[in-house]
Design a protein around this ligand. Structure first.
Ligand code: GUN
Length: 292
């Protein structure tokens, strides 16, 4: 069993980005600038957005956090999106999800200019991804593809099973793994809540990506010997007495699954740090106008 050290790989890539920023500054350019819109005070969202802003500062990007009340109307939020779309000082931005129930997420995402959509959620970017055209890839699947590539894991012709079909992780993951590109070319099975006999699929998988948000869901008997297991789960579980008061639990029962694997990501320190890294990479591409 080898651990896929997302923290170390993320640090390496972020150091590379910091070098690129230094080169941009030496050339007289301004640093990349990421903005984030955060609506309301959801604990998880506040933590994630703050982590994104902090990561920007660490590698020399500019960042702007736009905090809005959760009473904001959909039209007012679209106005804010348009303001960022039209601000030449901002290279890319995200609207942190989930949004309050009275706001239609699709309407907000579609209001974002595709060239500034560094989350890769706009239908134009999703379509371009599916067609293997230049685009911003959604950060978590982008990060996972880089983990697989940087660990030198053989993917061509392998059977990959993705559990979970969310728009943010599972669906794009299945598309990226199936593409005719280096580090992909898998035969992909996308499993979800209506899948029958899930274990019959996972037991034949060379690569399993678990993204359903159920702690310790994947057990040892569900995988084959020597599989590669990627754990996207980050469920907060109360842990009184710890510094944060909670612990992050993955979707994989690590203690029993790990000994059976060839490669596995830990939680924390696996996929999580790569999500922010993917966003930072997209923001660098946006600053260089490399995709549009
Ligand atoms: N909520 C959970 N993950 C994400 C993400 O990657 N981007 C945004 N904008 N919101 C999220």
């Amino acid at each position: 069993m080898q651990l896929i050290d997302g923290k170390e790989i993320a640090t390496t890539i972020q150091n590379e980005l910091a070098q690129e920023v230094a080169t941009m500054l030496a050339d007289g350019a301004r640093p990349p600038h990421l903005a984030a819109i955060l609506v309301g005070n959801d604990g998880g969202s506040v933590t994630y957005v703050n982590a994104k802003v902090k990561a920007c500062e660490r590698i020399g990007y500019r960042s702007t956090l736009v905090r809005l009340e959760d009473t904001i109307t959909q039209d007012e939020l679209i106005e804010q999106v348009n303001r960022l779309n039209n601000d030449p000082e901002i290279d890319g931005f995200i609207v942190q999800l989930p949004l309050p129930k009275h706001i239609n997420e699709h309407a907000i995402i579609e209001a974002i200019a595709p060239a500034k959509d560094v989350d890769g959620f706009h239908p134009v970017n999703v379509g371009r991804m599916a067609l293997n055209l230049p685009c911003y890839l959604p950060a978590t699947p982008y990060g996972i593809m880089q983990l697989i590539q940087r660990c030198g894991i053989d993917t061509a012709g392998k059977h990959a099973v993705v559990i979970g079909r969310s728009h943010i992780v599972g669906s794009p993951m299945s598309i990226l793994l199936a593409r005719n590109t280096k580090g992909a070319n898998c035969t992909v099975t996308l499993c979800h809540s209506r899948t029958q006999n899930l274990e019959a699929h996972t037991r034949t998988a060379d690569i399993v990506v678990v993204a359903l948000g159920k702690p310790k869901f994947l057990k040892a008997h569900m995988i084959k010997e020597g599989a590669v297991v990627i754990d996207v789960g980050t469920t907060r579980v109360d842990a009184p007495g710890t510094k944060l008061g909670f612990k992050l639990h993955g979707d994989v029962d690590f203690d029993e699954v790990a000994p059976k694997t060839n490669w596995i990501t830990p939680v924390p320190g696996g996929v999580g740090p790569m999500t922010i890294t993917g966003l930072l990479q997209n923001t660098m591409l946006a600053a260089k106008k490399a995709k549009y």
